[in-house]
Ligand binder design. Structure first.
Ligand SMILES: [Zn+2]
Length: 90
């Protein structure tokens, strides 16, 4: 029967979509868990002028990257690249 084949195909596609949704949910749950682990992962910080930064490390070892900057190009000094306000170091 052609109809049976179509039904089987639809069920197979639905199963694939369901699996994709589950993995997307699992991935976002994992990301949320990783985000809660502060200290080692990347945090974000926003300057008073609105410039966003990615932050890694703590205290004097804090490293700032302007939003979108590659990992190899952090700020050399903790001063906002946009308005030159000092960025928090604690
Ligand atoms: Zn700023």
């Amino acid at each position: 029967m052609i109809l049976a084949a179509v039904v089987v195909a639809i069920v197979a596609v639905a199963a694939v979509i369901a699996r994709m949704r589950v993995s997307a949910i699992a991935a976002s749950a994992l990301n949320r868990l990783r985000g809660k682990r502060s200290g080692h992962g990347h945090e974000t910080s926003t300057c008073q002028c609105g410039q966003k930064y990615r932050v890694s490390g703590l205290g004097r070892h804090r490293i700032y990257w302007p939003e979108g900057a590659p990992e190899s190009e952090p700020l050399m000094i903790p001063v906002c690249a946009n308005c030159e306000r000092p960025l928090p170091t604690s």
